[in-house]
Design a protein. Sequence first.
Lengths: 396, 529
Amino acid sequence: MPIPSPFHPRTQQHCTSLLWKDWAGYYAVRSFDTYMEREYFAFRQASGMIDVTPLFKYEVYGPDAAAFLSRVMVKDIAKLKTGQVTYCCWCDDDGKVVDDGTVSRLEDDYFRVTAAEPARAWLERYTRGYAVTVEDSTARLAALSIQGPTSRDVLRALAGSSVDALKFFRLTRATVDGLDVIVSRTGYTGDLGYEIWVDSRDAVVLWDAALSAGKPYGLLPAGLDALDVTRVEAGFLMNGVDYYSAHHCLIESRKSTPYELALGWTVNLDRETFNGQAALRREHAVGRRRAFVGLVVDWDEFEAHFARRGLPPEVPPGAWRTPVPVYDRDGKQIGQATSGAWSPILKQNLALATVRGGYGKPGTELRIEVTVEYERKRVRATVVKKPFFDPDRKRA
Amino acid sequence: MATTYDAVIVGGGHNGLVSAAYLAKAGRKVLVLEQRHVLGGAATSEELHPGFTFSVFSYVVSLFRPHIIRELELARHGLEIIPLEASFLPLPDGDSLCRWADPHLTRQEIARFNPRDAEVYPEFGLAMRKMAHFVKSIIDQPAPDIGSLKPRDLAQLLRLGKHFQSLDPELMHIHLKMLTMSAVDFLDQWFESGVLKAPMSVSGIIGTFLGVRSPGTAYVLLHHYMGEIDGAFRAWGFSKGGTGGLSFAIADAARALGAEIRTEARVERIRVKNGKTTGVVLAGGEEIAARAVLSSVDPRLTFLGMVGEEHLDPEFTTAIRRYKLRGSSGKVNLALDAFPEFTCRPGNGPHMRGDIAIAPGIDYLERAYDQAKYGAFSERPYLNIVIPSLVDPTVAPPGKHVLSAFVQYAPYNLATGPESWPEHREAFGEAVIDTIQEYCPRIRDLILYKQVLTPWDIEQQVGLSEGNIFQGELSLEQLLFLRPAPGWGRYRTPVDGLWMCGSGAHPGGGIMGAPGELAAKALLRSRSI
């Protein structure tokens, strides 16, 4: 049985749909309403507020904290400035991705790592020789994410104008209703948005304050179903869905390198030794076997398949994550789409896919399997640059 | 003129019945002879107290080969396996640890004792799954014959070699470590918390006369990770109606396929003439002629008890004499008037619906072994308790329960000699109940009926020599082509026409059915019947 998150007293009140799921051992709301449209449009038109406490959180501190994190992460964390946040991944010795998440530099020798999976044992495996402490703060810290075009207004009303100047992927300390919190301009929606980190015991106070401050700006509690559509639009990959952590793979071919996951940009190859460096150097030299790409499914072809059966085109109501085969133009399977969604804002049928190395260039025409009236069809899908949805306000 | 059977099977345990079913399926005329009034051998169920059905000896099912269930259509013959939900460890200080099917919940439980171990636990599970996947191919075929030059055998060796080579080097190292290390040393490489390691390490000692720190016990850990139900490894279950439910289903299938089964028919002697068997002689003198005899009883009873040394080479006899049986465990079965509440985690919730281990620490287990080494039973033994009536209402009246406690150590060879066990039986049973009482204070008030089985009793009742539940220890020197004797790992014996089909043959003990199946298939392939 999952355990309640610190926001549970409030999420429980609002979750009239009774649609819950297990997220990393916590009860998490799938959607507060029976249908998640309202929550999705809150994210894209106003603001949505979502409990992201189940993210695994680790405090890493000590004189060698920066050197230590640079050793375990593919990115040179020592270069991160105080108050800055970065996204990256971490690998095993063979350069296969173990997990991805964010690293924040709260102080010169104090960092916070977020992860999709438990990482404490893994981090501690490498602490020998470093003056560093790893503390699991998952339960101690609650996290509330406020995302959407009006989220800056919500934050201003909530935490004052100091948050106003906060730049993309930066963090600041702030006060909400007398509570000390940390606000970071981060999120999983690919939009303007913030995440607020607070002591678990104060979670309910923060929730109430945020909801009341956000009222004039259309802030709504939102669930994971709406979030999942936005993360597909943002082109973000998900551990356990779009790739498997090297720690869980029974077979070697299931593992992925950062380059195969389109996370090559997070790798700082030429520097002091880090986990997986030698293997990543080799891969960098010979080129990746696979590519993680965004696909836009051709709507006209899609619609025509349905029309032939006398049906209007049917798109699933939320994001999907049941893998389907992806073919080249000659019908040879060259990969799989692992998640996707109909984007209500782009009016496009999107998918995230892993394809063989040569098929990753934007503009490449592929075929994706679609089921129309119980029959399998192949529909044209074009590789496009991610993110699919990338509003200027995200960075502005 | 009396009938001559194609094959007579000595012993109606689950393996003997599996052999019978496969031979009957191939159209052979088969007879199973069981000395007791019930079938199943050590995998049986009996109503020992009105309304209470006990899995008298063996109490959980895991390793039973899934393809046997399919090929013999056992589900159609009444087999139902109910999964065990959890592994519960009550602790003397009032704390407890429960490991669940839900990985997050398990992580939270273990993290209370050691957060690092909590995260390493799934990694360990994954490594064991990979190992089990590798070993599965070994248990589903006859042991490789390393001396043979026959193309078929060489091809098998080659396949196995390739299979081993295909292993990730890291896993190959793990495999070699498992073959040589002690369970505790092996677990030490992964975990820190004794609270976690103790209940994990006991899988390495069950049924052996070794301690958790004895080298070689790591391999038996793996044996317990191979359990597979519906394709999922590391799955354990209760057979509905007790463990006998499984044996009765196999018997049913065998009968439907044309096999004859006789109970209360004890084989006294396996007839041998000119180095070849001609059938068996029952207690009372009845002679039954057969072209082949399959023995599902243990090697010592088969060769030294039923064949007789006069028909065997001295070297072979010596090997059989050296074959280690050394029973080390007993069993206490209780009929209870009500649910036995455990103080540390009250209620009959899901934590009680799996197995309950009394194993509060490595030193506790090692101390239990110390006493056994010098010929005494453990005053505070390792217990593996199940309460099947919580999930299977057919085994006890409503509101009442059956509790089964596997007990280790109870050495067959007491310092005062195995035949002195009846004098110690009561004290042994009391030690077990005293141990349970430390966690479940009311246990004594609830007991309606008590059955205490010492290894001596197990030998007397079902014929397992020295009461060894695996028909011989699962230690490396007694596995594969060395089981039961070097060079005789492929079901044949030095006596022409006599085959081994029980747990004393490859791949060994546990309710697996594999020896029975593989022996029957080897016999059919030999075209001698």
